[in-house]
Design a protein around this ligand. Structure first.
Ligand code: PMP
Length: 354
């Protein structure tokens, strides 16, 4: 730390992204990226946009916002595109949380929520998940706090139904409820259809997972026009050009190629069910994941040991050291070939360890 670093950040513990190793060719199942390349249209439009990089991008992000709004069945003024969904989540902490509106989220959930709370000086409460890692909906009633719910949750993969989320919205009419739908395209009901009924609902989604664009950094928020206006105030006060021109063009390309996205999601869901069944046969316990990853532990082998043994053999998965989930590994769903390699490798590791 330099002697110039602001007092207010000196205890900040930044978010730790998953490893992106360059030294060795790993089968990368650690950051929930798609195993499939982006849509050809996305690549083509981004290349075309590169010819005009001397110009600033459209700060309104009009064409892409219209395309996203149309796909979701909402209006232009109900959507805000951001630099990954991380940015819309940070904007939500900035816009809707303070000392009188502290934040609340699960004890086991996306690790960035507490970092966003810390950097914005927002007090927060962690609400413990039940023993089986499900969210107890009643714990979220009448909280008087800005609520952040990843649905499906990460890293557990477990989803609430839209009705359950609606109950939380109904019981918190005077505070914002943010539903982070980063993994919604792998088999969960979206809450977007509720935005006209609840003026306190903000839904976030991303192009990073189902749309194979993690490297482009594109996400968005959906909510009533007043919420979106507030978030725009934050955007225009930090970075009006938050989406670069190539990403914007790629986003339009992928929106025009919905069949490709749908087909990839279906393949990933099929591979997830296949992987889950194979791991269960080996004695793993798994959560009911509705995402592009599984969350698994083995009764006989320590989670950290499995992580290290896989890494030695060229497969990267994500292991979290936190107490309640240290036995588990989060394994991104890749191609069928990658999953077969993973399954074979785990079999070998278990034979050696038991
Ligand atoms: N929410 C959840 C639950 C996530 O797991 C992630 C991915 N790390 C994000 C949001 C952010 O993704 P991105 O910024 O790539 O849209």
């Amino acid at each position: 730390m330099s002697r110039f670093f602001s007092e207010k950040y000196k205890n900040l513990v930044p978010y730790t992204p998953g490893e992106q190793p360059k030294t060795r060719q790993y089968i990368k199942l650690n950051t929930n990226e798609s195993p499939f390349p982006p849509s050809e249209k996305a690549i083509e439009y981004a290349a075309e946009a590169a010819r005009n990089l001397q110009l600033y991008p459209d700060p309104e992000c009009r064409r892409l916002t219209e395309a996203v709004a149309e796909r979701l069945g909402v209006s232009f003024d109900e959507v805000l595109l951001t630099n990954g969904s991380d940015e819309i989540l940070n904007f939500a902490f900035m816009a809707f949380c303070d000392d009188t509106h502290p934040a609340a989220f699960a004890d086991i959930t996306y690790g960035f929520y507490s970092v966003f709370a810390e950097i914005n000086g927002v007090p927060y409460t962690k609400i413990p998940l039940a023993e089986d890692f499900t969210i107890r909906v009643e714990d979220y009633y009448d909280l008087g706090k800005t609520i952040f719910i990843a649905n499906p949750n990460a890293p557990t993969g477990i989803a609430l139904t839209r009705n359950q989320i609606e109950e939380i919205l109904r019981r918190n009419p005077d505070t914002v409820v943010v539903v982070d739908e980063a993994y919604v395209d792998f088999g969960t009901e979206s809450c977007v259809p509720l935005i006209r009924k609840y003026d306190n609902l903000l839904v976030s989604q991303t192009f990073s997972k189902s749309r194979s664009m993690a490297g482009a950094r594109l996400g968005f928020g959906v909510g009533c026009p007043a919420l979106i206006r507030d978030l725009n105030t934050i955007k225009y006060s930090t970075n009006p050009y938050n989406i670069n021109a190539m990403t914007m063009a790629a986003g339009i390309g992928v929106m025009e190629d919905e069949e490709y996205t749908q087909a990839n999601c279906q393949t990933i869901m099929d591979n997830r069910e296949y992987t889950a069944a194979e791991l269960a046969k080996m004695g793993f316990t798994l959560t009911d994941s509705r995402t592009n990853f599984v969350f698994a532990r083995h009764p006989d082998v320590d989670g950290g040991a499995i992580y290290r043994a896989l890494k030695e053999r060229g497969i990267l998965v994500r292991h979290f050291d936190s107490a309640r989930i240290a036995d588990y590994n989060r394994i991104t769903i890749g191609t069928r070939e990658q999953m077969d390699t993973l399954i074979e490798t785990l079999r070998t590791i278990l034979e050696e360890n038991i």
